[in-house]
Design a protein around this ligand. Structure first.
Ligand SMILES: Cc1cc2nc3c(=O)[nH]c(=O)nc-3n(C[C@H](O)[C@H](O)[C@H](O)COP(=O)(O)OP(=O)(O)OC[C@H]3O[C@@H](n4cnc5c(N)ncnc54)[C@H](O)[C@@H]3O)c2cc1C
Length: 425
């Protein structure tokens, strides 16, 4: 399909420059086939909804471009439909450069930046100015409730093309809100004092002896026997039933897979994703556990065990589902069983154990990202198809990932016994 972006941006002189610099062959394929009708998809719509600023270029009568910065609360740029976006124009320095330029030429080029995630989206379109007295309902759709700035007009843009850029050379920068959120999750939310009395009534007495912030929402906890003795052996795939004191004082139980190397008898490590809209178990752990917190837990259980013969394994993890999968990879490596480790998450910075896995399993690890344009996305079907004929699959992650693997395996006639999974919900 001939990309709308290439149609607009690859002018004869641009093509000549690509030829001169040796990139023409790679880009030529963007110009073949039927003309694409640019329509914003879920990824673009979500990205636009998170932006709090944009850069907009217009063309003046002199032929000079003019770039204007526009900002507002996150989501101030609205997606009206898959081909139309718009924003409320607040009063500024009253030079009216863009307004004047648009009166002569309606073409705009927009740059939307996400510095923190090193992503950017370029859009081309045709803009029209909206007068509140003539189209009050449209202006109302463009306004951001609660944002105290006077709206002078609306700008509605018919999108003609868009393109994602690669993350190269974007220096990560963070807004105050993002820094506050990072600090909030890095800092204990209350002043935790290690509980004087242990939590829970299990036979195994453990103490929290280490806490590591692995991603903004995932913390790893190192648990040692209270007497610094030896822990029960826990094979890869095992989990602990952890007693948790909820905010209202009730005692609840949550399961956490052991992410530590299965051969270790001195510590267990669990990694807990803070669920902000859950029933409060993971939030309570993040808020209250400190070095010295004591727990009485039952010995580990295992409902997600590895096969014990020499067949190769395909390990598939989505998000926090990496915890048992990491231990499985370490067990397979230790016993010399061939395996591949496929790990997907939304973004690199949300991936627990990413660097560690890359060092331990440079040959076996494949990483995928679902929310970063330009980086590989997991193709479950291709992955299942390319596995060895007798491979055993182990999947842990969101229900959609588990469902996709199960469905691909079913279609390929893979025996259910060869597809093992654990769901966290
Ligand atoms: C065997 C096993 C191993 C596990 N291992 C890990 C691990 O290694 N790391 C880890 O972080 N977690 C793990 N879990 C999940 C963990 O046990 C908890 O479920 C998790 O920490 C969330 O607990 P919570 O009380 O904070 O939230 P929960 O209330 O349990 O919420 C979990 C999710 O469900 C949604 N939800 C809750 N209530 C509702 C509702 N009424 N309607 C719709 N959605 C709802 C929430 O939005 C949230 O996304 C594991 C679970 C199992 C079963």
């Amino acid at each position: 399909m001939a990309s709308a972006f290439a149609r607009i941006a690859f002018t004869p002189k641009v093509r000549a420059a690509q030829t001169r610099m040796g990139s023409r062959d790679g880009y030529r394929q963007l110009e073949t086939g039927e003309d694409e009708v640019a329509a914003l998809g879920p990824m673009e719509i979500e990205f636009i909804a998170e932006r709090d600023s944009l850069y907009q270029a217009t063309v003046g009568e002199s032929g000079w471009p003019y770039v204007q910065h526009r900002g507002g609360p996150p989501g101030f740029l609205k997606v009206l439909d898959e081909r139309t976006i718009g924003y409320a124009d607040f009063s500024g320095n009253r030079q009216y450069l863009s307004v004047g330029n648009l009166a002569g030429d309606d073409r705009v080029s927009l740059f939307l930046m996400d510095y923190a995630q090193q992503r950017r989206l370029k859009l081309w379109g045709r803009a029209r100015l909206v007068d509140e007295s003539l189209e009050p309902e449209l202006i109302a759709r463009l306004e951001s409730p609660g944002y105290r700035a006077r709206v002078e007009r609306g700008v509605v843009i018919h999108v003609e093309a868009f393109d994602w850029n690669c993350p190269k050379h974007i220096t990560p920068r963070y807004t105050k809100a993002q820094v506050d959120e990072l600090l909030r999750s890095a800092r204990p939310q209350t002043q935790p004092t290690p509980a004087a009395a242990p939590i829970g009534s299990g036979a195994l007495a453990l103490t929290v002896t280490g806490i590591r912030q692995m991603t903004p929402r995932i913390r790893a906890y190192e648990l040692r026997p209270a007497d610094w003795g030896s822990l029960p052996q826990a094979a890869a795939g095992a989990h602990l039933n952890i007693p948790v004191q909820l905010a209202d004082g009730r005692l609840a139980t949550r399961q956490y897979s052991l992410a530590s190397h299965p051969s270790r008898r001195d510590i267990y490590e669990i990694a807990v994703l803070r669920e902000d809209d859950g029933r409060g178990g993971s939030e309570a752990i993040h808020a209250n556990w400190a070095i010295g917190t004591r727990l009485n837990v039952a010995p580990p259980l295992n409902q997600f065990s590895l096969h014990d013969d020499a067949r190769p394994a395909v390990l598939i993890a989505g998000g926090i589902g990496i915890t048992p999968i990491k231990a499985m990879a370490q067990a397979l490596q230790a016993r010399g069983t061939p395996f591949m480790l496929h790990y997907t998450a939304r973004r690199p910075e949300e991936m627990a154990y990413r660097d560690r896995l890359a060092i331990e399993f440079p040959q076996q690890l494949r990483l995928y990202f679902s929310r970063v344009a330009g980086l590989a996305r997991m193709d479950v079907d291709a992955l299942v198809r390319s596995a060895a004929e007798d491979a055993v699959f182990y999947v842990c992650g969101p229900a959609t990932l588990i469902g996709a693997v199960a469905s691909s395996a079913r279609q390929l006639g893979i025996a259910p016994e060869r597809v093992q999974f654990e769901s966290f919900s």
